[in-house]
Write a protein of this length. Structure first.
Length: 128
């Protein structure tokens, strides 16, 4: 059953303000009391704005890495063939703020990522 959550939240708040009990609202809307109180507390704290769905996670493009730091990451990758974790660790020791995920994205953007093309050789014999 596909329900419009914005309409459902508005209906729930309207019924509660009309004096309906929480049990009646939850059984007619087929939601849990926990969900009702979550929406009701948001409504009381923030008003109708609190009932809107919140964007979760980190905003895209929020962390900008300086161009000089990008060049250092690419230089370490080209010179030593280090991976992102080792590059990030080396740069942190030198006082730069960089995460291994950022180093990985810089390496991929520069086209310096060399994923394993073929499976690694396994030693030993097949048993079956």
């Amino acid at each position: 059953m596909d329900r419009d959550l914005d309409q459902l939240k508005a209906w729930i708040i309207r019924k509660r303000l009309q004096g309906w009990s929480v049990t009646e609202i939850c059984t007619s809307a087929k939601i849990s009391r926990d969900m009702f109180y979550r929406w009701w507390n948001r409504y009381q704290a923030e008003g109708k704005v609190g009932l809107k769905e919140k964007v979760r996670g980190r905003p895209k493009g929020s962390v900008v890495v300086e161009e000089s730091l990008k060049k250092k990451v690419m230089k370490l990758r080209e010179r030593y063939e280090w991976g992102p974790k080792k590059i990030a660790g080396c740069l942190k020791l030198k006082g730069y703020e960089i995460d291994h995920n950022q180093a990985y994205h810089i390496i991929c953007e520069a086209g310096l990522n060399h994923p394993i093309g073929e499976p690694r050789k396994t030693w030993g014999t097949k048993r079956f």
